[in-house]
Ligand binder design. Structure first.
Ligand code: SF4
Length: 352
């Protein structure tokens, strides 16, 4: 245990990351925290729409959905203040933002731990240094190791970097009912297309190409389902409408809880670089990922069942949300490559 603790903390507050993929990549850290502080009550405060990702996890005693995550700072601090009565012994700030550390301070955690970033050293009781690389630059850690670094700093050793998600009975039931409404048997082979990405249009492979992959998967015997956030409904409908084979648009129907259950029983997921791919990795489901303007620098772990398709273009990775040129990093990825990568997974063979 870290020398800063005189006793094992009994009440722990964890501020979760703000993106779905980052939450999934934080699960090795939660596993280590649970094992290290087995008698503590671990509560995770998280953006409301992401809360189902942690539902059913035995690593967490309570998931506290944020009501005010889209509101202003004052509303968020007021909500943090409402947690003071819980008397947290330890607050673990997984996001590196100033506001997350400030909220933790307002929530009254006695010992606040986070990375020494974004001018928040005075808000932290234990400011953990990020490893530094050559020429004084920061090392870009995979997100799993980023979180594990904090957890290890409070005295909980890593138990490995494998991702884990859990599905509740309610989530499983909702998934079964939704599939039944589509006329799909519980044990039918499923192929998922996730054509969205909240980052921005630069990450999107064209909808018509997802449709071509969907047609090939349907011709091979799969039931094709298009998944995504409610806001991605129009994009999903473009995919479904472009397909000659039948497909079902489930965007917004299931939420992240239902998505977990659906991904877990699927044979393959075809997607952009977005949160769904991490859900597939957590369940060991084969994934074909179209990777354009970003890189795998922070997401280089847990790729054993992921086939990453890229185009050899000089401008990537650019990390721009909107492409200033002709979007060649995505449009140069031919649909035949994705079809060739995805089809073996339907028969249970590796995609990578
Ligand atoms: S600038 Fe290049 S890498 Fe960036 S989005 Fe456009 S084509 Fe892709």
């Amino acid at each position: 245990m870290d020398a800063g603790f005189t006793a094992e903390p009994r009440e722990i507050l964890v501020r979760a990351p703000n993106w779905a993929g980052d939450v999934v990549m934080a699960t090795p850290g939660l596993r280590a925290l649970r094992a290290g502080f087995s008698k503590a009550r671990i509560r995770v405060v998280i953006r409301r729409e992401l809360a189902p990702l942690l539902a059913g996890s035995p690593r967490v005693d309570e998931v506290i959905p944020l009501r005010s995550d889209r509101a202003g700072l004052v509303a968020r601090l007021r909500e943090a203040q409402s947690l003071r009565s819980r008397r947290f012994d330890l607050g673990l700030c997984l996001p590196d933002s100033f506001s997350s550390a400030l909220s933790m301070r307002v929530a009254g955690a006695r010992r606040i731990v986070g990375y020494d970033r974004n001018a928040r050293r005075l808000l932290l009781d234990q400011a953990v240094l990020l490893p530094r690389g050559g020429e004084g630059g920061r090392v870009m850690l995979p997100r799993e190791l980023h979180v594990l670094g904090l957890v290890e700093a409070v005295g909980c050793p890593s138990l490995g970097t494998g991702l884990e998600l859990f599905v509740t009975q309610d989530e499983e039931r909702a998934c079964t009912q939704r599939l039944a409404a589509c006329g799909i048997d519980a044990d039918a082979p499923l192929a998922l297309l996730a054509p969205g990405a909240s980052f921005g249009p630069s990450k999107l492979w064209p909808a018509e190409r997802f449709a071509l992959v969907g047609e090939a998967l349907a011709a091979a015997g799969a039931h094709v389902l298009v998944v995504g956030a409610p806001a991605e409904g129009p994009l999903a409908r473009r995919v479904v409408n472009a397909m000659k084979a039948p497909a079902h648009d489930l965007t917004g129907d299931l939420g992240l809880g239902g998505l977990k259950a659906l991904v877990r029983r699927s044979r393959v997921l075809v997607c952009n670089d977005a949160g769904a791919r991490h859900v597939a990795a957590a369940f060991g489901v084969a994934c074909v990922m179209l990777l354009g303007p970003t890189s795998l620098e922070k997401t280089s772990l847990n790729l054993e069942r992921v086939r990453v398709l890229t185009a050899e273009v000089a401008c990537r990775p650019c990390y721009l949300r909107t492409c200033p040129i002709d979007h060649r990093c995505m449009t140069w990825i031919a649909p035949e490559r994705a079809i060739e990568a995805a089809l073996p997974a339907l028969a249970g063979r590796a995609v990578a």
